[in-house]
Design a binder for this molecule. Structure first.
Ligand code: SF4
Length: 437
């Protein structure tokens, strides 16, 4: 039985600006994701029509921002912005800001070194048993905090059939890969038949156990999650979908319906949130977001420190802010509603989890532990299993014995340049003191 389409009527969630902003759009158009893409706001003129006038000097500078980092905002996402609030958290993720070129001291275009870990064009093989497949650089929206912002300057592209076959061929030859993540740009921007063709090729590889999609469509353009897409994906399970809600205001009835369609197709959903200054950098906002997510069946998975990407410095928060938020969640709400706080290490080091410290001391026969209320407990152990007060770290070669590779050599070289990196950061931090919080 087909699931109901969005009628434009809302019974909960933030008020929609659809009727005010797009009074002529019919329900048929509004529910058609290709209409939404065709009518996305991209030009300076259109953006100013929504956000209001600015001085001619600011207008000239904003033109420079979108020349470097183009804007794309679909009508649906525009409709959930509160335009009376200049600091609206949804607006800040979508609208270009002068800060993108004004605060631009230490970001780098590709901090995660994805380009250097490409096994073949579009296939990043960084971790032993899993790969990232990048099929396109197109997205339904250009999120201003995007890690792959560098690719916006390249114009729009999708991988050719030949390039996709080369990726598939590499996967056939690489039996240790059991997990393929298809990610952004946003892979669901491709047509459903095209996605199916790729899934069929991947499913023909016996050692590929799971396929994951990274997509922001459920958040920024939930109309894309239609019956045809869900029925197709269902055939290729086990599939997992990771999406990207950053603020409770994004959990609208439309987004909830889209997630419901996915989950009812037997596809579990996780969420990855990026921590951003003035958007969601408080325990209350992240707790509310996590509660809204578990209510719609989406598990809060990661809370990311915002990557050090050129053009996103104004979103950066101190690392301590993320730890403070996790401290405020752990024990204070449902365990699986607490995401893991991670830093994606610059230099291609991968995701590094950070947690508040609950282990205070390791004695010979006991541990000293702290609980979420700050109470201290002695936990006695039955033998001499603890090396008193000492924690040792294995060297990197023993962690990845078969991968003393170019990647590790590159990382080691970066360590030699560590002082230079630190001094860059210090300069930026000093300037931070003059910035509004
Ligand atoms: S949808 Fe994802 S990949 Fe695309 S611009 Fe947004 S954050 Fe970046």
């Amino acid at each position: 039985m087909p699931l109901p389409q969005f009628s434009g009527e809302r019974h909960e969630g933030p008020p929609s600006g659809r009727r005010a902003l797009f009074p002529k759009a019919t329900d048929r158009e509004w529910n058609d994701w290709t209409w939404q893409l065709r009518n996305a706001a991209t030009s300076l003129e259109t953006l100013l029509k929504f956000s209001g006038p600015i001085s001619s000097d600011e207008e000239a500078r904003l033109a420079r921002v979108i020349e470097k980092f183009p804007a794309i905002i679909p009508p649906y996402y525009l409709s959930i912005i509160n335009f009376s609030n200049p600091q609206d958290p949804v607006r800040m993720q979508a609208f270009p800001s002068l800060d993108e070129i004004d605060y631009n001291v230490y970001g780098i275009p590709d901090p995660l070194e994805e380009e250097e870990d490409m096994a073949v064009a579009g296939l990043i093989h960084r971790y032993p048993d899993r790969v990232l497949m990048q099929l396109t650089n197109m997205c339904p929206m250009n999120c201003r905090h995007c890690t792959r912002k560098r690719e916006w300057e390249e114009g729009k592209w999708s991988r050719t059939d030949g390039e996709i076959d080369a990726m598939v061929d590499y996967l056939h030859r690489t039996p240790q890969v059991r997990d393929v993540l298809i990610s952004g740009g946003d892979p669901l921007i491709l047509s459903t038949p095209k996605i199916e063709k790729i899934l069929a090729k991947l499913r023909a590889i016996r050692h590929i156990e799971i396929i994951r999609f990274g997509t922001r469509f459920p958040v920024v353009l939930p109309q894309r999650i239609d019956d045809e897409l869900c029925a197709m994906l269902k055939k290729y399970r086990p599939i997992w979908i990771n999406t990207h809600f950053n603020h409770p205001q994004e959990v609208t009835p439309e987004a909830r319906a889209a997630c419901d369609r996915i989950i009812c197709s037997g596809i579990p959903m996780n969420n990855q949130t990026v921590l951003m200054r003035s958007v969601n950098d408080s325990t209350q906002i992240i707790m509310k977001l996590c509660h809204e997510l578990v209510k719609i069946g989406v598990r809060p998975y990661y809370l990311y420190q915002c990557d050090m990407v050129k053009g996103t410095e104004h979103f950066q928060t101190p690392v301590w802010k993320g730890l403070e938020i996790i401290e405020g969640l752990r024990g204070h709400t449902t365990g699986f509603a607490v995401p893991q706080f991670v830093i994606d290490a610059p230099g291609g080091g991968g995701k590094i989890p950070l947690s508040p410290n609950y282990l205070l001391f390791a004695g010979t026969n006991y541990l000293t532990l702290r609980n979420y209320e700050g109470l201290i407990f002695k936990y006695e152990t039955s033998n001499n299993e603890n090396a008193s007060g000492v924690i040792s770290f294995p060297d990197s070669a023993s962690l990845v014995p078969n991968q003393k590779s170019g990647r590790i050599a590159r990382r080691e070289k970066r360590h030699e340049n560590h002082d230079h990196f630190q001094s860059q950061k210090k300069g930026s931090r000093q300037r931070d003191l003059t910035r509004p919080s």
